[in-house]
Design a protein around this ligand. Sequence first.
Ligand code: F3S
Length: 760
Amino acid sequence: YDQKVDMSQVEKGKGYYIKYNKLAENIDIVRKRLNRPLTLSEKIVYGHLDDPHGQDINRGVSYLKLRPDRVACQDATAQMALLQFMSAGLPEVAVPTTVHCDHLIEAQVGGVKDLARAKEINKEVYDFLATCTAKYGIGFWKPGSGIIHQILLENYAFPGGMMIGTDSHTPNAGGLGMIACGVGGADAVDVMADIPWELKCPKVVGVELKGKLSGWTAPKDIILKVAGELTVKGGTGAIIEYKGPGVESLSATGMGTICNMGAEIGATTSVFPYNDRMGAYLEATKRGDIAKLAKGFQKNLLPDQGAEYDRHIEIDLNNLEPYINGPFTPDLATPLSKFAEEVKKNNWPDELKVSLIGSCTNSSYEDMSRSASIAEEALKHGLKVKAKFTITPGSEQIRATIERDGQMQTLSEAGGVVLANACGPCIGQWDRTDVKKGEKNSIITSYNRNFTGRNDANPATHAFVASPDLVTAMAFAGSLTFNPVTDSLKGADGKEFKFSDPSGIELPSRGYDPGESTFAAPPESLKEREDIAVAISPDSDRLQFLAPFKAWNKEDPKGCPVLIKAVGKCTTDHISAGGPWLKYRGHLQNISNNCLIGAVPEGGKPNELTNLMTGETGTVPQVAAHYRDNGKPWVVIGDHNYGEGSSREHAALEPRYLGGTAIITRSFARIHETNCKKQGLLPLTFKDEADYDKVKPATYVDLEGVKELAPGSEVTMVCKDAKSGEEYARIPLVHSFNAGQIEWHRAGSALNLMAAKAKA
Ligand code: F3S
């Protein structure tokens, strides 16, 4: 397996080869060191270690430094990731990277018109992404190409590979035996800039599949059942590794669906062992050479005999029923046979308003042809859908293939509306008009998430998640209490009929139709790329070049006002809110107007502070900017687990942009702590947690010991009353900086340091 096989068919000749040799070598080193059999997840993860000889490996405890094979970004998160990468001063990305335009397309009337409108509305973002990707050697998938995870499965995922992506459903690629993890932009920037990626050594949950899927039960039902067992938190810090004879009854895309929704139980990722079904999918997507290579490498793409798992679950597919999960949470799992009863018991609206199939989770050729088989039968009985019915193809390739092969026509004839190849209603990009805001109603989707308001911003919408088969069948009944396994429908002739079991075609017999060309490869040579100007208009309110943060002034910070003493939970959402603010993700100045507006100040109301310099009342961003503009670096005092939630780098960028110097807390969420360090902030913690109570909100602080900052050193916070100026406490603080991270602080940010090194 030392032949040169390209990682992807769209990158042929670029020198991006699959490195199974290196993987095998690392696995051997680690197996000898640990002296025990390895799970499949461990093989792939440890196979990508930066230092397999020296790395401390302890599942659930140590932090691994890894070298992923690829990076992928969707258009919403790519904006800040690329802006940051630009400020690193590097000429090109260090690992193959792609950007996918899928999140900004709103579903309104149907695919063609919606796409045209989105191209107009988001022109400046798309122009920026197109020019920036071309300049730095990144592959660009234009709007209309499809949803990131479907495109990754079709073109980039490969068995035994490792990928990070700036989207939580990146684990979808586990359907082709890849370890693929969702990360924040800061992690993506590190890997693009050749810095190892840090991951807490994952635990491994083994899911043994026995028996065979049949009838109305689909791959989706496996993950719906697992979600019910493990709940939304049950996979945290773990990889879900599927195995057992039941795997053979699943298509590669079916395995992708299962891995995709592992995100709903908080799993680091999910993965399947290599099998011939993956091989068949690779062949069908023009990657027969990878299938051959993987076959020869198969022993490394399966768990070792006797490998130990942190937890074990068994599912017998022979007895598995279809499931419907929801409303409002993906782990409320109800088997189909009990669902009608639950609908009545809980007073969920029985009338089904909208059925939505497709998305990154469930839009394979197999999914679409199974849905079409149901629609065809209904059409034969003279029926059209009773509920509204939308179809979201996952990619242009799927759209073109189902158009050519007739499934799209069948679904449309039955009353379905084909939406753009994009996220659309799955991410709330849905101009829904059939119900009013606040009106209680039910919808069912073959998507993955169903949190309150996710699809249509209506908190009264009861969203259920199921296989595309059930979603389609229910569209014809128009009722949530319809069970296609046991219930009949009345045809146009008045006669009752029952649906047959859905049947699908795994892979198109005539091959996939690629459809319209939607990929832009970056220019080959560095020379050509040098001349490309990245398109950002100076008066854009959505995009802004990042100016490098100032380097540390080599002094201990003195006289710093406490901007806010936050009480209780302060998540990344409290620090950098989402919703309407997402529009400004590529514009640090504008998005900074949401900085800490959700945090609760001691003795006060969110987003209302007294400016210690003027005595006036202002919003958090206003007061912060005033301090900054008047030469007063400020600090935040935070409670426990400050910065928990997402890995959103804006939560560290914004305080730094507004002039923050230190964030002092009882404890930090680790990712946020690292993000703060990367942006040149000082994340510090109280040596004695109880000292948090000593700090009065109206305080100026001096930080002694920053000049001597060293691994394990202490910093003293000297607190002075804002009115009297009298010192009232000297509080010892600790930090977790290592020597390399201290360099980030001195340079002003990790990117500044990188830029300085690139120049040298
Ligand atoms: Fe898009 Fe929904 Fe998937 S938002 S990436 S289709 S989870």
